[in-house]
Design a protein around this ligand. Structure first.
Ligand SMILES: NC(=O)C1=CN([C@@H]2O[C@H](COP(=O)(O)OP(=O)(O)OC[C@H]3O[C@@H](n4cnc5c(N)ncnc54)[C@H](OP(=O)(O)O)[C@@H]3O)[C@@H](O)[C@H]2O)C=CC1
Ligand SMILES: O=C1O[C@H](COP(=O)(O)O)[C@@H](O)[C@H](O)[C@H]1O
Length: 501
């Protein structure tokens, strides 16, 4: 389907009174609607609480006003929403849901196309898909697609069982596993930066790249999600999916074309080249942390154990740093460092590609080392690219200084870029699975992650809590890089100092 095709579909949102629907799904659909990207659509919201369709429409309106902050064509927009009060564990109400779906399909002329969006706790995913099949909701005249939220399982075994269950109802090409990082503008830009610039692609290998650093730090804590997070931790919440996907996009071989199959098969090949770790090696390659009380934006925030309301000796990690090695010709010997954590000093997701030093420094003067060339891909909150180069200091000197070439930051292209969910919803309606994860990718990343979580489950980290909220994370993460002679590049600090000078 072309990029300009306007899709038509009925979207059934299971979990329509929940946080994700309110904060992301309704505002994203609204954006698509007001940008005229949809031919025709209707939504059936499904949850247990007893709401009328009118009350549900008011909730949708509130969510759009709060999170999209506009009310242009809002009444017309919410008239597309319907509500079905339904406990997904009860088979009876699927029959009524089927009747409602058929009536709405005819009323809006939706061609029998149906998206089943599971915005609910994962323990319901299997039950819902089974019931959809048993009660005949998947017998549609058009297409049927399942959009499924994370977490997709809690380890390889549970993910495999879930996959087998949903595969009895949906084909792999009908399953859209959401990883919202794949909807982010600059994550989608990684392949474009690599494969459309003669400047980068020839250097994108172990001859010219020293190491790659991927950081995704948050200032938020676990908020209302303590129960989920306590059983997940940063490793399963962020690393298994978002961080591994970014590694795959940065390191995969060029696909022979941009079809979803080709891109996803390159990512799979890359994930297969990750150097496996033995259990004994886990704590050499990976570092974990948990936040203590600290100060963020001038306010004292509680420690994880208090905020999440969990046991006072909880061993759950809220921070992970790790070193991944890729055993293929292109990357042998190049460390990919990743770090992600909650309650850190800033909200920032970025990738730093550090190029190797020049073979000889012609400009060496006492104490003066050339700064390595760095390519920084800013993913959020700022979007853009920075290249750090060395130039001559002005005047009668051969001394060098580092300068920043801002390739895209603050450019008009990046103003008002659509939300990740907006793009992913549209892709799922158009049938473009490129930015969704294939089962083979999910399976391989779980296998890699399982070794780490098994070790961490067995051994408590006695140093927890080991970083104060509002800090850059535990010192062991610096030691991880220092061991290889590297540092986490303090890009924001470099930029700030630059601006001050
Ligand atoms: N919130 C977020 O930012 C993110 C969420 N996700 C994922 O999205 C999914 C949903 O998360 P979130 O919205 O935060 O969860 P919430 O707990 O906020 O919402 C859960 C929803 O499920 C409904 N529900 C619960 N039990 C039943 C039942 N038996 N039958 C019918 N409906 C039921 C609830 O409605 P009611 O009580 O009325 O039945 C509610 O609408 C999860 O898989 C989560 O991991 C992923 C990334 C980010
Ligand atoms: O998937 C998740 O992502 C968010 C971070 O997303 P971002 O787009 O704000 O970077 C994280 O807070 C959450 O714990 C996790 O489940």
């Amino acid at each position: 389907m072309s990029e300009n095709t306007k899709p038509t579909a009925l979207i059934m949102i299971f979990g329509a009174t929940g946080d994700l629907a309110k904060r992301k799904l309704f505002p994203s659909l609204y954006q698509l609607y007001t940008k005229n990207k949809l031919q025709n659509f209707a939504v059936i919201g499904i949850a247990r609480r007893p709401l009328t369709t009118e009350q549900f429409q008011e909730n949708v309106k509130d969510s759009v006003m709060t999170f999209a902050n506009v009310d242009y064509r809002i009444e017309a927009f919410i008239s597309h929403f319907h509500y079905h009060c339904h406990d997904v564990t009860s088979s009876q109400s699927y029959i009524e849901l089927k009747q409602l779906a058929s009536q709405i399909n005819n009323q809006y002329k939706l061609k029998g196309n149906c998206i089943f969006y599971l915005a609910m706790a994962p323990e319901f995913f299997g039950t819902i898909t089974n019931q959809l099949k048993t009660q005949g909701l998947t017998n549609v005249e058009g297409y049927k697609r399942l959009v499924i939220e994370k977490p997709f399982g809690t380890n390889f075994e549970t993910a495999k069982a879930l996959n087998e269950q949903i595969r009895t109802v949906f084909q792999e090409e009908e399953i859209y596993r959401i990883d919202h990082y794949l909807g982010k503008e600059m994550v989608q830009n990684i392949a474009v930066i690599r494969f459309s610039n003669a400047l980068f692609e020839p250097l994108w290998n172990n001859r010219y790249i020293s190491n790659i650093q991927i950081t995704s730090s948050e200032t938020l804590g676990v908020e209302e999600r303590g129960r989920y997070y306590e059983n997940s931790g940063a490793l399963r919440d962020m690393v298994q999916n978002h961080m591994m996907q970014m590694v795959a996009l940065l390191a995969m071989e060029p696909p022979i074309s941009l079809t979803p199959e080709e891109i996803r098969s390159e990512k799979v090949r890359l994930l297969r080249s990750l150097r496996p770790m033995s259990q004994e090696e886990v704590n050499t390659y990976f570092v974990r942390g948990q936040y203590a009380q600290g100060i963020i934006h001038g306010e004292t925030v509680p420690a994880y154990r208090e905020e999440a309301n969990v046991s006072i000796d909880s061993n759950t990690e809220t921070y992970v740093a790790g070193k991944l090695m890729i055993d293929n010709f292109r990357w042998f010997g190049v460390p990919f460092y990743i770090q992600t954590g909650k309650r850190m000093d800033r909200k920032s997701t970025k990738i730093v590609v550090q190029f190797k030093d020049m073979p000889m420094n012609l400009y060496y003067q006492a104490e003066h080392k050339l700064t390595p060339n760095l390519l920084v891909i800013h993913i959020q909150p700022k979007e853009g690219i920075t290249l750090l180069l060395n130039v001559k200091k002005s005047g009668t000197t051969t001394e060098t200084k580092s300068v920043r070439l801002q390739l895209a930051n603050e450019g008009t292209d990046y103003i008002n870029t659509p939300e990740a969910y907006e793009k992913l919803l549209l892709d799922s309606m158009r049938g473009d699975a490129t930015n969704f994860t294939h089962w083979d990718e999910v399976a391989l990343s779980w296998k890699f992650i399982d070794t780490i979580s098994e070790v961490w489950k067995k051994t408590n980290d006695e140093s927890f809590p080991n970083y104060p909220a509002g800090s850059p994370g535990p010192s062991a993460a610096d030691a991880l890089l220092a061991h290889d002679g590297h540092i986490w590049w303090p890009i924001e600090k470099i930029e700030q100092e630059d601006q001050e000078n």
